[in-house]
Each structure stands twice: as structure tokens, then as C-alpha cells.
Design a protein around this ligand. Structure first.
Ligand SMILES: *[C@@H]1O[C@H](CO)[C@@H](O)[C@H](O)[C@H]1NC(C)=O
Ligand SMILES: *[C@@H]1O[C@H](CO)[C@@H](O)[C@H](O)[C@H]1NC(C)=O
Ligand SMILES: *[C@@H]1O[C@H](CO)[C@@H](O)[C@H](O)[C@H]1NC(C)=O
Ligand SMILES: *[C@@H]1O[C@H](CO)[C@@H](O)[C@H](O)[C@H]1NC(C)=O
Ligand SMILES: *[C@@H]1O[C@H](CO)[C@@H](O)[C@H](O)[C@H]1NC(C)=O
Ligand SMILES: *[C@@H]1O[C@H](CO)[C@@H](O)[C@H](O)[C@H]1NC(C)=O
Ligand SMILES: *[C@@H]1O[C@H](CO)[C@@H](O)[C@H](O)[C@H]1NC(C)=O
Length: 253
């Protein structure tokens, strides 16, 4: 009888233990290069809450490179307060068929547990006879939306720096429920007159307020490190709350 009780106790213990989120051990790395990595994110087994929050810290000769999960997406910042992860966003470039793309270039990205923040990001296209298209996917990569904008201009004189209202630059919002996207861009006409000051079309999706369009971008937009804001939460808690009491609050996750 006693043995059976012990056995039941043991089983109960195992069930409870497996449901309880393990606290990160004190010797877990707290950063990767300049990036702070707060729990529930972590770089090693036992340091993150579950696979979703794994940040792989790759070291090359000169620096540490934090990558989100298995997605190979560069992490720029993590905010517990806002429930946001800032990652590096891809830029696509179309040079009227005259310049071949780097084969490593992605035309978008796909995530499963982090959504593209609809309030913080904008799809942007830059060029003077340019169509930019944003195709959004949900967390199982099913199509959610296709939307786009058109940007035109005849001369540089009409450009207003800082304004993405369809003259040299256009912007549109990202809808709710988008976990991944692909982007396309092409020229409306192959007009050599504008080609002199606008050899390429560009499109990218990035955090509002981080890109300031200016005339020089029509000539060349160096592959900048553009920030994209991803939303995340643990269950219905922000992870700041979760971090304060991970045992209690993160169990249902
Ligand atoms: C990262 O986020 C923290 C707080 O959310 C902020 O204080 C810090 O300035 C950010 N760092 C960078 C490099 O943006
Ligand atoms: C994202 O998912 C879509 C839909 O399955 C796919 O067409 C696209 O190539 C994916 N993009 C990346 C960068 O994996
Ligand atoms: C090319 O652009 C110039 C200047 O905007 C315009 O006058 C001309 O009609 C355009 N040509 C074509 C073929 O679109
Ligand atoms: C546009 O013009 C470039 C340069 O003259 C040429 O190589 C390219 O094939 C043209 N593209 C189209 C779609 O006509
Ligand atoms: C717009 O920005 C460009 C640099 O991209 C600068 O040369 C130009 O003077 C600016 N125009 C105005 C009106 O400020
Ligand atoms: C979170 O979810 C739990 C149950 O799933 C619910 O009781 C609680 O009110 C929710 N909290 C918030 C802040 O929505
Ligand atoms: C990890 O936890 C998050 C938040 O609770 C949950 O949404 C996600 O499904 C979990 N991921 C895995 C791989 O268990």
C-alpha cells in the first residue's frame, strides 16, 4: 500500500515537474555580443523557456552574431517591457534586370511564433516608376494578404525628403496576423530618362520611424541594417510579467 502511494506521489511529481518551466540557471549567458538576452530568451539548453525563445549565438573571428531560433534571422534587440523583438529586415532590389541579385538575399522571412507588428511596421518601396508588393503569410505559411503601393517621379526636383507619399517613395501598413512575408518590386516602364538618377527599385518592411527617405536613396540604397519589430507574448502575458514569476505564469505556455 505504502509502495503504491509512493509510486503515485512520484508520478505526480514527474507530471508537475515536466509542466513547470525550469528557471534559468544563474550561469546562463545574459548576452551575445552587445545584445542583452533576458529570460524567457536564452542561448543554451536550460536557459530559454522553450525552443521558440532560443537565440543562437554564433561567434566568428571578430564578433558575436545572435540569430533567432533556427530561422537565421539576426536579432538587433529584445524588449521585455514592450513584448517586442527587433530583427534585421531584408531589402529587395530590382535593377531592371541589369544587376543580378546576391543568391543569399532573401525576399522576405517566415516565423511561426512571432508576428510582424502591425502597429509598428510599414512596407516601403523606393523608386521613380516602381511597383512594390507585400505578400503576407500566417504562422503556417498560408497566404493572408497581397497589397502594394506605387511610387513615381519624373524629376528629382519634385522629391520631398522625409515624405513617402508616392513620389519617389511609398508606404503601406502591415495587417494583423502576419507571421511572414515575401516582397516583390518591378518597374512600370523601362524609361531610360529616369534610369540616370534612379537605377534600381527597392522594397523593404521596417519599423516606422527608422527610415527617412531622401533623394540620394534613388541613386543607391546601400544594404542598410533595417529593423523589423516582431511581437511576442507568453500565453497572454508579456514576458516581463512572466519573468517576474516564471513558475506560476509560464506554466500554461
Ligand atoms: C534595446 O532596447 C532597450 C530597452 O527596450 C533600450 O533601452 C536600448 O536602447 C535598445 N538598444 C538598441 C541598440 O536599440
Ligand atoms: C515564406 O513562406 C512562403 C509561403 O510558403 C514561401 O513562398 C516563401 O519562399 C517563404 N520565404 C522564406 C524566406 O522562407
Ligand atoms: C520617360 O520619362 C520622360 C520624363 O518623365 C517622359 O517625358 C517620357 O514620356 C517617358 N517615356 C516613356 C516611354 O515612358
Ligand atoms: C530595361 O532596360 C535594360 C537596360 O537597357 C535592359 O537590359 C532590360 O532588358 C530592359 N527590361 C525590360 C523589361 O524591358
Ligand atoms: C534632400 O536630401 C538630399 C540628400 O539625399 C540633399 O542633397 C537635398 O539637399 C535634400 N533636399 C532638401 C530640399 O532638403
Ligand atoms: C490570461 O488568460 C487567463 C486564462 O487563460 C485569464 O484568466 C486571464 O484573465 C488572462 N489575463 C489577461 C491579462 O488577459
Ligand atoms: C513556447 O511557448 C510559447 C508561449 O507560451 C508557446 O506559444 C509556444 O507554442 C511554445 N513553443 C513550443 C515549441 O513549445
Amino acid at each position: 500500500m505504502n509502495k503504491i502511494l509512493k509510486l503515485i506521489q512520484l508520478i505526480l511529481l514527474i507530471v508537475v515537474a515536466s509542466k513547470t518551466v525550469s528557471q534559468p540557471s544563474p550561469d546562463c549567458p545574459k548576452s551575445c555580443g552587445n545584445l542583452n538576452i533576458p529570460y524567457p530568451f536564452g542561448t543554451r539548453d536550460g536557459c530559454y523557456m522553450n525552443d521558440t525563445f532560443l537565440v543562437t549565438c554564433n561567434h566568428d573571428s571578430s564578433m558575436s552574431i545572435p540569430l533567432l531560433g533556427t530561422n537565421n534571422i539576426l536579432v538587433l534587440n529584445i524588449s521585455l517591457e514592450a513584448g517586442e523583438v527587433i530583427v534585421s529586415s531584408p531589402v529587395i532590389r530590382d535593377c531592371h534586370g541589369t544587376e543580378s541579385k546576391n543568391s543569399n538575399d532573401q525576399n522576405g522571412l517566415n516565423l511561426t511564433h512571432f508576428s510582424i507588428s502591425p502597429s509598428r511596421n510599414k512596407f516601403t518601396a523606393v523608386g521613380c516608376d516602381t511597383v512594390g508588393v507585400f505578400i503576407g503569410y500566417d504562422s503556417s505559411r498560408k497566404h493572408v494578404t497581397t497589397r502594394g503601393c506605387v511610387s513615381m517621379c519624373d524629376t528629382l526636383g519634385e522629391i520631398r525628403n522625409g515624405s513617402c507619399d508616392g513620389i519617389g517613395c511609398c508606404q503601406i501598413g502591415v495587417p494583423d496576423g502576419v507571421y511572414g512575408f515575401a516582397m516583390q518590386s518591378w518597374s512600370i516602364s523601362n524609361n531610360s530618362t529616369i534610369r540616370d538618377f534612379n537605377p534600381c527599385n527597392y522594397a523593404f518592411t521596417l519599423a516606422e520611424g527608422y527610415y527617412n527617405f531622401e533623394t540620394a536613396n534613388l541613386k543607391s540604397l546601400e544594404n542598410p541594417r533595417l529593423p523589423l519589430v516582431l511581437d511576442w507574448a507568453v500565453g497572454n502575458q508579456t514576458c516581463e510579467e512572466a519573468q517576474q514569476n516564471p513558475k506560476k505564469l509560464c506554466v500554461q505556455g
